[in-house]
Design a protein around this ligand. Structure first.
Ligand SMILES: Nc1ncnc2c1ncn2[C@@H]1O[C@H](COP(=O)(O)OP(=O)(O)O)[C@@H](O)[C@H]1O
Ligand SMILES: [Mg+2]
Length: 324
């Protein structure tokens, strides 16, 4: 990153970011003096030992928590301003779908809430006409909930209730819901963490497809250039899609990311920032290649230096999930 790159040119800029929680007279520092820049269009994965502050970091970026020290900027503005503009989408480990609503009803929920908010307090909700659409329309046409479900391959299931669907399908619906306003920044906190291994692997490739284009082949993500012609993830004019992705799976991080940021054990500090220089599109066969495996083993080493029990990173800790 050149030194004259200003915060407003970056999608996310974290400076000297620390977070200390105070509970019952005790303090716990979750995150310490984190500096991190994410350029527009980048996919950055964050890995680190359990409890090192990964979710805290994501919640700070999303404006769900405020920093104890330092600052968070999203395109040069506060997370709260970015939230107001509906620029940020969240996907958590728990899909968090409402059981009494159909899939379509769940995906439509953010838009309904926004419409209601506009009626009661117009200053608090995003006027959807504010952003020019990318497909040549004068005003921002939010994708319809049906379009979003089709995007994640769930068009036929719009009338189903969450409990009638597999975990993977529920998580795809949660992803569709997070795209309701065409966010330019997607924050994903172990989104596939509660899925079985096979579904989880399939979901990685689903996400790559969503980021790369129809079929996942021939539509590489462009970095710093103009947006791709076919846009599977409905975005906004002049915005590139950027992802901050927390995972405890090293292969997942390497497969998906342009950079993998490694945090130390608590309090989380950035101990490595590794560029993943693998070509896109990334087919499943890539995982067998030497370059891929050398990245995963490098990251494994880095993590071992952080965690007393390296295997704890690969195993999911039951009940461990600080969401939101
Ligand atoms: N709201 C909170 N109040 C108090 N402590 C918290 C809160 N949220 C997280 N923590 C603590 O901060 C540390 C980091 O948590 P978290 O960011 O969830 O870790 P990770 O996502 O890396 O597993 C943990 O020790 C956790 O218990
Ligand atoms: Mg977490």
């Amino acid at each position: 990153m050149s030194p004259d790159t200003t915060a407003s040119q970056l999608c996310v800029s974290l400076r000297n970011l620390s977070k200390t929680f105070y509970n019952n007279g005790r303090s716990l520092t979750a995150l310490l003096e984190v500096d991190l820049d994410v350029r527009p269009g980048e996919f950055v994965a964050i890995i680190g030992p359990s409890g090192c502050g990964k979710s805290t970091l994501l919640r700070l970026v999303g404006g769900l928590l405020s920093p104890s020290q330092g600052r968070v900027l999203i395109r040069g503005r506060s997370p709260q301003d970015a939230q107001k503009e509906k620029e940020v989408g969240f996907v958590f480990q728990d899909p968090g779908l409402l059981p009494w609503r159909t899939l379509l009803g769940n995906v439509a929920l953010p838009l309904e809430v926004n419409r209601r908010a506009r009626r009661s307090d117009p200053a608090d909700a995003m006027p959807l006409g504010k952003h020019a659409g990318r497909r040549g329309t004068a005003s921002h046409q939010a994708p319809s909930p049906r379009d979003l479900l089709a995007l994640v391959g769930l068009a036929e299931f719009e009338g189903y209730y969450p409990w009638q669907l597999s975990g993977g399908m529920q998580q795809r619906a949660a992803l569709a819901r997070s795209l309701a306003f065409g966010p330019s920044l997607l924050l994903m906190d172990e989104p596939f963490g509660s899925l079985d291994e096979l579904t989880r692997e399939a979901m990685r490739y689903e996400l790559l497809r969503l980021l790369q284009g129809a079929g996942g082949e021939g539509h590489p993500i462009r970095h710093g250039g103009s947006p791709t012609a076919w846009e599977p993830w409905p975005g906004r004019a002049g915005y590139e899609r950027t992802v901050l992705f927390v995972t405890h799976s090293i292969p997942e991080a390497v497969l998906l990311a342009d950079r993998v940021v490694v945090l130390s054990s608590r309090p989380g500090r950035v101990v490595a920032d590794l560029a993943i220089d693998l070509p896109r599109p990334r087919p499943p066969s890539l995982e067998e290649e030497r370059d891929f495996q050398s990245y995963t083993s490098r990251l494994r080493h880095l993590l071992r230096e952080q965690a007393p029990e390296p295997h704890a990173l690969e195993a999911r800790t039951p009940g461990h999930a600080v969401h939101g």
